[in-house]
Design a protein around this ligand. Structure first.
Ligand code: XBP
Ligand code: MG
Length: 255
């Protein structure tokens, strides 16, 4: 018999909000521009770069796998932290304009989970200040305190697909994997959550539609709303048309 569900652990980028194409990507390009680096990441190229999580790691991957040697700045290793700091400034500025909303159903589900006494947490590879900026500008400043744990960025040495960030979140919550459920949008994300033995609910986005979600509790196009039902691409919704706590409890017990 499965244990009682006690906490929901959310990925951020692509799951809470479609931050990548219109947020992170734009911020990277602004940082390259500001620092006089002759790089530009279009939407398609950025999709390929998402194979590597973490902004600093992604820039190194671009330099090693997408550029010829003579186009890589000589001092790349030393300037990456500075480019990334500049990118984080541009990204949080973008969020502060309210340009990047939460995905369908996210706000409703978080509110419902809190009302039902479920604990909520974050497990993401992005930088901590990006998470707090997103929460602040979508759910309000006070929402940061709703999350028992915000596990983010370099707090663990190995980013997703490694399981480390979910294991860190579980440890901080002082809960077992079978008392929690994870929310992800990508293959690297589910490899990480499943590596930590978490059941995982997937909501796909344009960048992750054709990812492999083997073993997911369910795969949806979004979380849905009472007036806007999700579509199911993998798994059994058991008559539910939007993701609420009853449906999550059903998936936690059966999937
Ligand atoms: C998110 C990431 C992050 C962001 C950029 O992956 O890979 O690197 O794209 O954020 P996930 P930083 O949703 O699987 O956690 O530049 O702050 O790393
Ligand atoms: Mg993600």
């Amino acid at each position: 018999m499965s244990k009682t569900l006690k906490a929901l652990i959310f990925d951020v980028d692509g799951t809470l909000s479609n931050t990548e194409a219109d947020g992170h990507r734009v911020a990277f390009n602004r940082a390259f521009d500001e620092m006089g680096i002759n790089w530009y990441w279009d939407v398609e190229t950025y999709g390929k770069l998402l194979a590597v999580t973490g902004g600093k790691e992604r820039m190194k991957y671009f330099a090693s796998d997408f550029l010829t040697k003579e186009n890589v700045p000589e001092n790349l290793e030393t300037i990456i932290p500075e480019i990334h700091k500049t990118k984080t400034r541009h990204y949080t500025e973008l969020l502060s304009t309210g340009a990047i909303p939460l995905r369908t159903g996210v706000k409703r589900l978080i509110n419902e989970a809190r009302e039902k006494g479920l604990r909520i947490a974050i497990a993401t590879t992005t930088t901590p200040e990006n998470v707090t900026a997103l929460l602040e500008h979508t759910l309000g400043k006070e929402s940061i305190s709703w999350f028992d744990v915000i596990a983010a960025g370099d707090v663990v040495p190995a980013k997703k697909p490694a399981a480390d960030i979910y294991e860190y979140a579980l440890k901080s919550l002082n809960l077992e994997a079978d008392e929690c459920i994870a929310f992800e949008d990508s293959e690297n994300g589910i490899l990480s959550s499943q590596g930590a033995k978490l059941k995982t609910i997937i909501t796909t986005n344009d960048y992750t539609l054709d990812h492999n979600f083997n073993g997911a509790a369910i795969v949806l196009n979004h979380m849905g709303e009472p007036e806007q039902s999700f579509s199911v691409t993998q798994g059994e919704a058991n008559g539910f048309s939007y993701l609420n706590c009853d449906m999550i409890e059903f998936l936690h017990a059966t999937a």
